[in-house]
Design a protein around this ligand. Structure first.
Ligand code: FE
Ligand code: FE
Length: 277
């Protein structure tokens, strides 16, 4: 049923796409993409309509599913195992800790380190039965024309919004440079965890969390006409975070037990003991 063998298969595809050692033109036709990847994007681009996004915001916005501490949420996310892929090398907690540790090694502020630790916590959506295409994948604005810079943009032809003329001008329902906060981005782990964290972290951290999968903007420069000056300034942080997300993976598994006291200290500085998910 699920086209990806696990959620990481999407992350790996993005890593390959932006591999600095690769000739991008040669890779840009995605002929090397596994059939599961294409099917995953077909479902994502087909079903992520503006109405779908608004419905998910209504459903998850109240955050009345669970109350848990941030570390507890990491452990809960770690219960996500893919039965189709028993020999996955790194767990969810490993990726989050590796990103946080790389940010810490580079001497970035505590809230930046916390972004590394928490940026993928929204993937708990999968534990509540949400399909892969509604949890991961490149995110994009709904309610306006699709940029050609979005990966597999030709697959938007099947999206019902593609037939709504109101949504098919560059600005669609939005105002020029009206700001991304007004834009309904496609739904997934980014927007969801932003909703969870929005009262607790400083703005640069929230931008990194909310837009880390918006590759069309932070890697390709698309949708500048939707951005405010504030967005442009804050996207400096989104860009700064991206290499830690893509390239901090290492074979060496971080010791969650040893690292917990340090990160629990950071968590307690910003988050309440119990956070509403
Ligand atoms: Fe992510
Ligand atoms: Fe990530």
């Amino acid at each position: 049923m699920s086209p990806l063998r696990n959620l990481e298969q999407w992350d790996e595809f993005v890593q390959q796409r932006y591999d600095p050692g690769k000739n991008t033109d040669e890779f840009r036709n995605y002929e090397n993409a596994a059939p599961g990847i294409r099917e995953f994007y077909r479902l994502n681009h087909l079903h992520q309509t503006r109405d779908f996004v608004l419905e998910k915001k209504r459903q998850f916005g109240p955050r009345n599913r669970m109350k848990m501490g941030i570390w507890e949420a990491l452990e809960y996310l770690n219960t996500l195992v893919d039965d189709s892929d028993p020999d996955t090398d790194l767990s969810q907690i490993d990726h989050n800790l590796q990103a946080a540790q790389a940010i810490r090694r580079d001497g970035h502020p505590d809230w930046f380190q916390l972004v590394g630790l928490t940026h993928d916590l929204g993937k708990v959506l999968c534990l509540w039965g949400e399909p892969q295409w509604a949890v991961v994948g490149d995110t994009f604005p709904t309610g306006c024309a699709y940029s050609q810079k979005i990966v597999f943009s030709e697959l938007f032809a099947g999206n019902p919004d593609a037939k709504n003329p109101e949504y098919q001008t560059p600005l669609g329902i939005y105002e020029r440079n009206g700001g991304l906060d007004k834009v309904d981005m496609s739904w997934g782990h980014d927007e969801y965890f932003y909703q969870v964290a929005k009262d607790y972290l400083p703005d640069p951290a929230l931008y990194m969390i909310r837009y880390h999968s918006f590759y069309a903007a932070h890697r390709e420069g698309a949708y500048d006409y939707l951005m405010s000056d504030r967005d442009r300034e804050m996207f400096g942080w989104v860009k700064a975070f991206n290499p830690y997300d893509l390239y901090s993976k290492s074979e060496e598994r971080p010791s969650a037990g040893e690292l917990r006291p340090y990160y629990q200290g950071l968590i307690d500085r910003y988050f309440p003991k119990q956070v509403a998910f």
